[in-house]
Design a protein around this ligand. Sequence first.
Ligand SMILES: *Cc1c(COP(=O)(O)O)cnc(C)c1O
Length: 658
Amino acid sequence: MNRYSIKMRASNKEEGHISGAEKIIPEEELEQYCARLLTRALRHSKGKPDFINLKIEAVREEEILHLPALKVTTIATSSPEEGMEVVLDYLRRLGLERAEEILALWKQSYCMRGAMLLDADTLRRLEPDRDRGIRATYMDMETEDAERQSACGGKNHFNEALVLATKVVNHPNILAELCISDDPDYVTGYIASREFGYVRITTLKGLGSPLGGRIFLFRGTDGERDDCIRYLQQQKVLVHVGDKASTPAAHSRVSHESGKLYERKGTNPVDKWKRMEEELQALREQHLYREIKVIESPQRAHVRYRGRDMLMLASNSYLDLCDEAQVKAYAAKVLMEYGTGSGGSRLTTGTGICHTQLEDALARFKGREAAIVFNTGFAANSGVIPCLCREGDVIYSDEKNHASIIDGCRQSRAETVVYRHNDMADLERKIRERQGRQGLIVSDGVFSMDGDIVNLPGLVELADAYGLLSMIDEAHATGVIGDTGRGCEEHFHMEGQVDILMGTLSKAIGAEGGYVCGSRTLTEYLKNKARSYIFSTSLSPVTMAAAKRALELIEKEPWRVERLQENISHFCGQLREHGVEADSETAIIPIRIGEEEKAVKVSARLMEQGFFIPAIRYPTVKKGEAMLRAALMATHTKEELAAAAAAIAEAIDYCGGC
Ligand SMILES: *Cc1c(COP(=O)(O)O)cnc(C)c1O
């Protein structure tokens, strides 16, 4: 289809600018549309023009970027002040710290012809010409012919604004657009962004005021600014305004190299994001929507969160080794000596001295022939289980096992039989029903949400009796239980009895990575078979070094494990004194709440008071079994834990009616 861009501008000496319009239309409509634009210019209420400029340019299809319109939300406000509060609120949602100053600057755009281009962080104005500002042009709505005919007579503020806002915020360096119309009769304004779409605010200025202006909030380099200006002023954009316009998600944007205009061919009438948006909305309604909390300090007993000091009662860094001076010093030395990356997978070029040293240290620590390190605990479970079992085999898996074990079972294609939590009678019944088949019993050593410990004597006995492999995931056991923190076997005085000891370096050990300890047959087999080991770049030497040093500290400085264990009994005692049920031998202390909404409220109250304890909800735990999951560290003081226990009891009480 041949298309043309038409721009019309009408002015006279008394009024200056009278009327303007722009469109991108098919060739067949060109003549008729020019006539309509002339009529519009000649009959404008502001007066007769003495100059009309009509600019018509051919537009090639490849030059056009097709975009879905932003999703529209309308917020009814009854005064400009209330409207401004809404804008402020949305600016803050974008994380803009200087939101109020941005609003104050808005007025400076009122006398400009185009928009102000403002650096969202430094508030530096970036327009090359401050009077002219930046004009976003060459855009139109993508409509059926019939609609265009009827729409073109009058000026439709809303559609024009939606088209402009969609184009503007589609640029990756534009965070948001703010706009107030300069039409004295039009008090509605908007704030638009990729994040929340087009938010119409019904009253954003006083009726009769001819003042209005726009700001494009920008974040990026000088080069990106030039590219952004070029995009705004030159890129041809057609915006598809469907019945259900949707917010373009971040990755629906077209990536580009500096200096090139955006190109995107064809339109897609299917709303690709509809299902995701609906499901997200459903999560919000069920209080199951997850938000990321950004910690502004190292992970340790006290963290900075939203600018405040908080007592961290949720971390898996049980021995507080993520920010330990000796570990960091050693890791820094290794960093300078061995660099940042491993450069390959373990079987190609990605095995260095640091990897093998750590594996030797782990094997020694766990009293096994050998160890093998994976990139994460998740990758260990999901990679190892499919090596141990295949189609025709049976895997017996505790119902509360970690997601990575569940994924490993699924990937193995073996029959997975889930037994009741830590129920050895149920397990045995299920094994008997399938007697004679090759297989595996797999269980968390310390269950990650409930903090209870596997019945290891029962499990090992069944495995031995029925010729099954036994596998224990020690993610929350290593560094926590057993007199010297060696985990489940030490806790039960059953050294050497589990076939496959799996664990992670990311919890008590304070680094990253997963591991499996066992016989040499096992580790050699895994090296040759485990896909997550073979087809993934190995961890950096720094991470390996940090884990190795942390392991040495656990052995050399037993006070950490001892203090952690003291803290556990002290904290549970304190909670019980305040009437809160708590009973755990591990660093995980579940505090049961039940309803998702109440758990969220209790957590929010504790967060307000400086205690970092998030609510744990479905899908991490079952629906209706929401809880607070307190996690202790060796470095929490008795006083801190006493204060936390009191605050938890108070918050549960306070939210009792929720
Ligand atoms: C955390 C965890 C894992 C995964 O370990 P990562 O190193 O974090 O990937 C596996 N199993 C259990 C029981 C866990 O709690």
